[in-house]
Design a protein around this ligand. Structure first.
Ligand SMILES: Cc1cc2nc3c(=O)[nH]c(=O)nc-3n(C[C@H](O)[C@H](O)[C@H](O)COP(=O)(O)OP(=O)(O)OC[C@H]3O[C@@H](n4cnc5c(N)ncnc54)[C@H](O)[C@@H]3O)c2cc1C
Length: 265
């Protein structure tokens, strides 16, 4: 049994203007966009569930960015600010100078709409990551629970897991055509839970699958990323009904059913 020491890192915030190099429809509802450009040099992302802040063109098609003040970001008062959303650096290839981000096409909102129309040569602004939380790699087992917005983090995590790790993935997706091929040296099993037209915010496929999952043998780390209210309830179930210690559990709301900033869990 290991000591399970996770680590928190801080990174200086860098704001980068990047260009779209490639656009690929990865699955039915997932657009993979590869960004590059000289400002990508020195990009750091240390943990699979890191996030960057992406700034999208406002309704005038302009990128209007904040300046960092002593109390946080300050936007110009006479211009409509660029909408900002959180995304996972799916892959960073320093040698090729490429940053890959996978966007769920859920049909509404500036990020999803931008990703659906993205084409080579367009510019986007990427800030961060501001920090990383590196989960100890000496747990006996990992259970990763998430909807399609969590697939970039889960896919990236699987790729860096050691061969000694064992992993269970509960992945809720819109449709069978949203299954991804996942690679890992670890031993892993995936349950693809397909909503087939049901609403992503009120679905309970992950909840049911988790209740049915036998508690794995040994020390187990649980990671959850879904719509905020569901993330909170999943976390509550694990801590209150299964007695999972708080240091062995990380849950985060990745989006909110009524729009707005998801709160941290
Ligand atoms: C740490 C972190 C990492 C993330 N990584 C990724 C990532 O790699 N890829 C990714 O696609 N998303 C990721 N997300 C989620 C993404 O930030 C949200 O889905 C975001 O709301 C999308 O912005 P939008 O402009 O498209 O929609 P918004 O303007 O935020 O919302 C518009 C409407 O769409 C609804 N909505 C938002 N997201 C979804 C969804 N996924 N499914 C169904 N309805 C939705 C809202 O409830 C609202 O009604 C991440 C979030 C966090 C916090």
């Amino acid at each position: 049994m290991g000591t399970h020491e996770s680590q928190r890192l801080r990174h200086p915030i860098v704001i980068r203007h990047l260009n779209v190099l490639r656009v690929e429809r990865l699955t039915l509802h997932m657009q993979r966009i590869v960004f590059g450009g000289s400002e990508l040099d020195g990009f750091i992302s240390s943990a699979p569930d890191d996030h960057v802040k992406l700034f999208f063109p406002n309704s005038m098609g302009e990128l209007v960015l904040p300046k960092m003040g002593p109390d946080g970001p300050i936007y110009p008062s006479d211009r409509e600010p660029s909408p900002m959303r959180d995304y996972t650096p799916r892959k960073y290839d320093a040698e090729r100078g490429e940053l890959t981000i996978d966007f769920v096409l859920h049909g509404d909102g500036p990020a999803s709409i931008w990703a659906a129309q993205a084409s080579v040569g367009q510019t986007l602004v990427v800030a961060g990551p501001r920090g990383s939380f590196i989960v100890a790699d000496d747990f006996d087992h990992y259970v990763l629970i998430g909807d399609e917005t969590a697939l970039p983090a889960m896919g990236r995590w699987l790729e860096v897991m050691p061969a000694t790790a064992t992993v269970t993935l509960l992945a809720e997706i819109p449709d069978r055509a949203d299954r991804q091929s996942l690679r890992s040296n670890a031993q892993f099993e995936v349950q693809w839970l397909e909503r087939q037209g049901a609403d992503a915010a009120s679905s309970n496929l992950l909840e049911t699958a988790l209740r049915r999952l036998p508690t794995p043998a040994g020390d187990t780390f649980y990671w959850i990323a879904t719509e905020s209210q569901r993330a909170r309830q999943l976390r509550q179930y694990l801590s209150e009904e299964r007695g999972i210690p708080k240091d062995w559990l990380k849950a985060k709301g990745y989006w909110q059913r009524d729009g707005g900033e998801p709160e941290s869990e």
